[in-house]
Design a protein around this ligand. Structure first.
Ligand code: DQA
Length: 147
């Protein structure tokens, strides 16, 4: 089985991007971490990072029927990514929203996510570890995780 690791705008430059806020790990580091987490269950990871909402919508459609779950960091599309929200509404497997930073400790405009009400859960403020925890959660939700 495969899971979709979906990252939105500005997340391809992780490691260099405001490291005090987003940490020093690159998206490549995160991909490896998630892959290692789910490998035991025999899962692999399809990682897609795009700057544009339409491309992310297309990726959700493309992997809709062939993935068992998804980890989604929408970046700033959390604020008004309505078409990404609609795409995820049509995505039946469980999916977890992740934000590296604690969005509630930041500017007011980051305090609400239009996607979050549809997610199985949300991991916020734990940096790259959040992706790993989201992968563990997906294993549990799909009942292949230990314990
Ligand atoms: C982010 C938080 C968003 O508000 C911001 O626009 C990002 C990154 C995070 O992972 O903390 O691009 O999703």
């Amino acid at each position: 089985s495969s899971i979709l690791l979906l990252n939105g705008p500005n997340l391809g430059i992780l490691g260099e991007r405001e490291p005090d806020i987003y940490g020093r790990e690159t998206l490549g580091d995160i991909e490896k971490m998630v892959a290692a987490e789910v490998a035991e269950a025999g899962w692999d990871v399809i990682s897609v990072q795009r700057e544009g909402e339409g491309e992310l919508v297309r990726a959700v459609h493309e992997h809709r029927a062939t993935t068992v779950g998804a980890i989604v960091n929408p970046g700033a599309l959390m604020i008004a990514g309505w078409s990404l929200r609609d795409a995820l509404a049509a995505y039946d497997p469980p999916w977890i929203e992740v934000h590296l930073s604690n969005v509630w400790a930041r500017e007011q405009f980051r305090h609400e996510s239009v996607l979050a009400p549809l997610a199985s859960g949300v991991v916020v403020g734990l940096g790259a570890l959040g992706y790993r925890l989201a992968a563990q959660a997906l294993l549990r939700l799909c009942e292949v995780g230990a314990g």
